[in-house]
Design a protein around this ligand. Structure first.
Ligand code: PSU
Ligand code: MN
Length: 315
């Protein structure tokens, strides 16, 4: 059975030429942000990547076709549609096989990026272990995907609505490198720092790129999580956000919100309770992640070119 995979002309020619390409997810557009900021942000992120001389590849399933790189019209239509499906690892094949339309989560975007040959992906925050997971067992498929699929994901850590220490423990168990960029603690999404020491720290895109390539050379499956702190002028202090998150998590529990609905519910309530400030911070951190991801993609393309030149010489 052939895979209905469609690379946009821009992405296809960049891949062909070995130019840096950065994958982008679509669940953040459909389920992570309210309209019209969702589509505005999606465009700003793409522009940020182009400004850094790389090519953005926003990923979604449209009528059963796995699209890598969307036209403006496709992006608009997706951002405008109500009740679009949220596709993770479990749903992707069913959606494609049945001609459905849906937005891809971090896990599904990683799978699509790998199929297209894209090695770097920028988002806001990955999914993780939810608070209360000891009774709900709610652990995002994003974590296992990071341990299996060789894509470097640049995020501002995991969303602070989660049980962060448990999220870091699971990633350690799964053998996923959690690399804080330029600081010693793991950032906490809307806040630049946290009490949690980073298992790994790198200060240069070049080193992150080299580590990504080396993991593949070692034959160790999986990717890397680069935890990039939100710029300090854009952050919301963790102390200020803690009671808001507590309240939102309590409401989700009382209302019996479960499974795929938990993350969108919490993000919406926190947006309402902070009168939109959480969204402004979210937009800022995604843009910041896009810039770093473009830098890493550049460095990976340089390393790939150098090693190809060495191979050609030795032939
Ligand atoms: N980051 C954001 N906003 C989001 C998400 C991430 O800033 O909406 C999405 C991602 O697509 C991530 C998903 O993969 O939330 C996690 O959902 P769940 O907890 O149901 O696995
Ligand atoms: Mn979940």
């Amino acid at each position: 059975m052939t895979l209905p995979l469609s690379l946009s002309p821009e992405v296809a020619s960049a891949m062909e030429a070995g130019r840096p390409v950065v994958a982008l997810e679509s669940t953040i557009i459909t389920h992570g942000m309210p309209r019209p900021r969702n589509v505005e942000t999606a465009r700003l992120v793409e522009a940020e990547i182009r400004a850094a001389d790389a090519v953005p590849a926003t990923i979604a399933v449209l009528d059963g076709m796995l699209h890598v790189g969307l036209t403006d019209a496709q992006l608009d239509a997706l951002a405008d549609s109500q009740n679009v499906a949220k596709l993770s690892r479990a749903d992707l094949a069913v959606a494609i096989a049945t001609g459905a339309t849906g937005a891809t989560t971090v896990a599904a975007t990683m799978i699509a990026a790998r199929l297209a040959g894209i090695e770097v992906f920028a988002t806001g925050g990955i999914g993780g272990v939810h608070r209360g997971a000891e009774s709900t067992f709610d652990i995002s498929a994003d974590l296992r995907e990071l341990s299996e699929t060789p894509v470097t994901v640049v995020a501002a850590g995991a969303k602070a609505i989660l049980d962060l220490p448990k999220t870091w423990e699971v990633l350690e168990t799964l053998g996923v490198p959690v690399i804080a960029y330029g600081q010693d603690t793991i950032p906490a999404f809307w806040s630049a720092t946290s009490p949690y020491p980073a298992p790994l720290r790198l200060d240069r895109a070049r080193d992150i790129a080299a580590s990504h390539v080396m993991r593949g050379t070692l034959g160790v499956p999986g990717g890397q999580l680069v935890a990039n702190p939100i710029p300090s002028q854009d952050e919301i202090a963790a102390e200020e956000l803690a009671p808001v998150i507590e309240a939102a998590v309590g409401e989700a529990r009382d209302q019996g919100i479960s499974a795929k609905s938990v993350t969108p519910f919490l993000l919406t309530r926190i947006f309402e309770m902070t009168e939109g400030r959480s969204l402004e911070a979210n937009v800022a951190l995604v843009l910041n992640n896009a810039r770093l991801a473009a830098g890493i993609a550049h460095e990976i393309s340089v390393i790939r070119r150098e090693s190809k030149a060495t191979d050609d010489l030795s032939l």
